[in-house]
Design a protein. Structure first.
Length: 257
């Protein structure tokens, strides 16, 4: 009886591990909030997934990770980091499944980051971090799809991802809510190369996000914000969030470049 019980337990845990190997989106590896996990599943992957998700890297061998938005949360941070030194590029994709429906997958980000050998004085490795603040609702599932780099030998790929962590954390960010007073009092004039901030006597810092929620510019200064340089921005829709160390609330605006 004891041997039979042991065998059943072994079969259960074996099936559990296999079910989370990350090869397909249905087998995505859970990333608990604020818990970095080793990205070894990418180096273990041997085939391109058969998911119907929007294509990011055609035919790329990939692995999936996921995090479910908890009730009350309105922001999710997705990040990867490695301290392994090798010259390569890691492509990744962030997908959203509204209410967990993987048949309605939406691409949030398709991007990449560089990993470098990092000869002194440079630091070896590479990283990315994305804050997503739009279309983040309770029970949505966000997936991180990581593609295995090409052009590296198998031992180098294994060493790279054994030294790489993935982290996905959903949180309630109270500062994303703001008082209507601020937005009705403060005026933002959208110029060709600058944003002019009028009637601002409170906010001394700002964050600017693209429409996908990626942080692309930020600043904190001793005086209140009166002008923001956007000359280097590409054409598109952006979100400006004015903030201050002295007040909890933020003033949030959309603008177009």
């Amino acid at each position: 009886m004891r041997a039979t019980t042991f065998l059943l337990l072994m079969l259960f845990f074996t099936n559990f591990i296999v079910a989370q190997n990350g090869d397909e989106i249905t087998d995505a590896v859970l990333c608990p909030d604020a818990t970095p996990i080793i990205a070894e599943h990418v180096s273990d992957a041997t085939t391109a997934s058969s998911t119907s998700a929007p294509e990011c890297v055609s035919g790329g061998i990939d692995a999936f990770y996921y995090n479910t938005i908890s009730s009350g949360d309105n922001k999710i941070t997705v990040s990867m980091e490695t301290n392994y030194g090798v010259d390569t590029t890691i492509h990744y994709q962030i997908l959203r499944a509204p209410a967990g429906d993987i048949m309605s997958l939406q691409e949030v980000i398709c991007s990449s980051f560089d990993v470098v050998v990092g000869l002194p004085p440079l630091t070896p490795g590479g990283s990315f971090s994305n804050e997503i603040i739009t279309n983040v609702n309770a029970n949505d599932v966000f997936y991180l799809r990581v593609y295995k780099p090409t052009g590296l030998a198998a031992p180098a790929i294994e060493a790279l991802f054994n030294a790489t962590t993935v982290e996905m954390t959903s949180v309630e960010d109270a500062t994303l809510s703001y008082k209507e007073f601020y937005t009705s009092t403060i005026k933002v004039i959208n110029g060709v190369n600058n944003l002019e901030i009028l009637n601002n006597s409170i906010f001394n810092g700002f964050n600017i996000y693209n429409i996908n929620g990626q942080l692309i510019a930020h600043s904190k200064q001793n005086s209140v914000v009166s002008k923001i340089d956007i000359a280097s921005f590409n054409s598109g829709i952006y979100i400006l969030s004015l903030n201050s160390d002295n007040v909890k609330d933020k003033a949030v605006y959309k603008f177009m470049k």
